[in-house]
Write a protein that binds this ligand. Structure first.
Ligand SMILES: *Cc1c(COP(=O)(O)O)cnc(C)c1O
Length: 395
């Protein structure tokens, strides 16, 4: 008999990954997440971060983090329901509620945690969750933790969503429709006004995960709900503090009633220590920056439009993105990974994304343009795309 501690069942699964050609090591970043980085020992233009506004290494955010550490220490020391709820956690929620133009906000340790904790807390047996088929993994996991029934509708297909509501609404007490605000693999925006109209017609609640819309869409990055002017008509709006805001954390914005309930039943809040002071200090500085200027969001959109126009001109298929997320669609899985590898060798880092993350035959190198890129860096990146694209007969 083999030794149980050898974990041979995992070794076999790892070998399967290797046989399928999907085994990989984690890339190693030296230094801060900037527009140009040293990754796996090589200097490259970074076109794969979620650091949309360049806040992750911003001097004002760093100073705010240091100030918070000096006053509050490095850890909060407890969960929020015991003695880990510092005044800065409350201040952060008040500030975020003002920014998001909603009544109340509950902050979690991450966007993932927020979905895992919120969905199960606001649904129960006898309820139905209706989810877009392309929703993020943390929504899927969050829904799995709920005792409600679950069903999916075809991606952004309002006829299908209405058919599901028509067929099933009357069999349940509460119905919750969940969608990403911006879909991370294609950069398309959910048809939120239509979703909200259908929800109101069938007396259902709405839940929008705006991880890629916050800091990007709406007035100074207020998000997809603000972009469509739907304040007060979406029950739960999730944002992350880890992407455009540049730090770490997640939150749900909505009503005071929602916040009150989650403070009793949001499990990550009850059973996991609250955000550290440095993170809270830096996040508040980021939100204040956004509230005082549109400089960062303007630059993000300017860079995104600039890059997309150049890539289209070269003849790349960049899909139907409506946001700075730019999928450069290659198709075949192995070709996609080869393209990504060659770009890296030539000085650009863009991760290749293939099945099962996206449908078979739609492999893409997903470019994330940020406010932190200079036009010179974008020009250099486009030139490398052109060179490698020609070499591989993609354009
Ligand atoms: C990234 C992402 C999350 C997770 O956010 P973190 O703060 O990184 O945990 C949740 N939902 C969506 C749609 C995301 O893209």
């Amino acid at each position: 008999m083999s030794n149980i501690h050898e974990l041979s069942f995992l070794k076999e699964k790892i070998q399967e990954l290797k046989n399928d050609g999907v085994y990989r090591k984690l890339p190693i970043l030296e230094g801060a997440n900037e527009s140009e980085v040293i990754l796996n020992g090589k200097s490259v233009i970074n076109l794969s971060s979620n650091n949309y506004l360049g806040f992750a290494n911003h001097p004002r955010l760093k100073q705010a983090a240091i100030d918070a550490v000096n006053k509050y220490g490095v850890g909060s020391g407890a969960v929020r329901t015991i003695v880990g709820n510092m005044d800065i956690h409350e201040e952060l929620e008040t500030l975020l509620a003002e920014f998001k133009r909603e009544e109340g906000v509950m902050v979690y340790q991450s966007g993932f945690n927020c979905n895992a904790g919120t969905i199960q807390a606001v649904t129960e047996k006898g309820d139905l969750i209706i989810s877009d088929e392309l929703n993020h993994a943390s929504i899927i996991d969050g829904a799995r933790l709920s005792r409600a029934d679950k069903t999916v509708y075809k991606h952004s297909d309002m006829n299908h969503l209405e058919a599901v509501l028509k067929e099933k609404r009357d069999n349940y007490r509460n119905v919750l429709i969940i969608t990403d605000g911006v879909f991370s693999m294609d950069g398309d925006i959910a048809p939120l006004p239509d979703i909200v109209n259908l929800a109101e017609k069938y007396n259902a609640m709405t839940y929008v995960d705006d991880a890629h819309g916050s800091g990007v869409l709406g007035e100074s990055g207020r998000g997809t709900v603000d972009h469509f002017g739907l304040h007060g008509r979406v029950d739960f709006t999730i944002g992350t503090l880890s992407k455009a805001i540049g730090v770490v954390g997640g939150y749900v914005a909505g009503s005071e009633t929602m916040r009150d309930w989650l403070s009793h039943r949001g499990r990550p809040l009850l059973f996991s220590t609250s955000l550290p002071p440095a993170a809270v200090g830096a996040i508040m500085e980021a939100v204040r920056l956004l509230m005082s200027t549109t400089e960062y969001t303007d630059r993000l959109w300017d860079n995104a439009k600039y890059f997309k126009a150049k890539m289209s001109e070269l003849g790349f298929n960049i899909g139907n993105s409506q946001t700075p997320i730019t999928p450069v669609i290659i198709g075949e899985e192995s070709k996609t990974m080869e393209f990504s590898r060659k770009l890296f060798e030539n000085g650009v880092f863009v991760s290749g994304i293939v099945f099962p993350t996206v449908p078979k035959g739609t492999g893409r190198c997903r470019v994330m343009v940020t406010a932190g890129h200079t036009k010179e860096q974008l020009d250099r990146a486009v030139e490398i795309f052109r060179k490698v694209g020609k070499e591989m007969n993609l354009i």
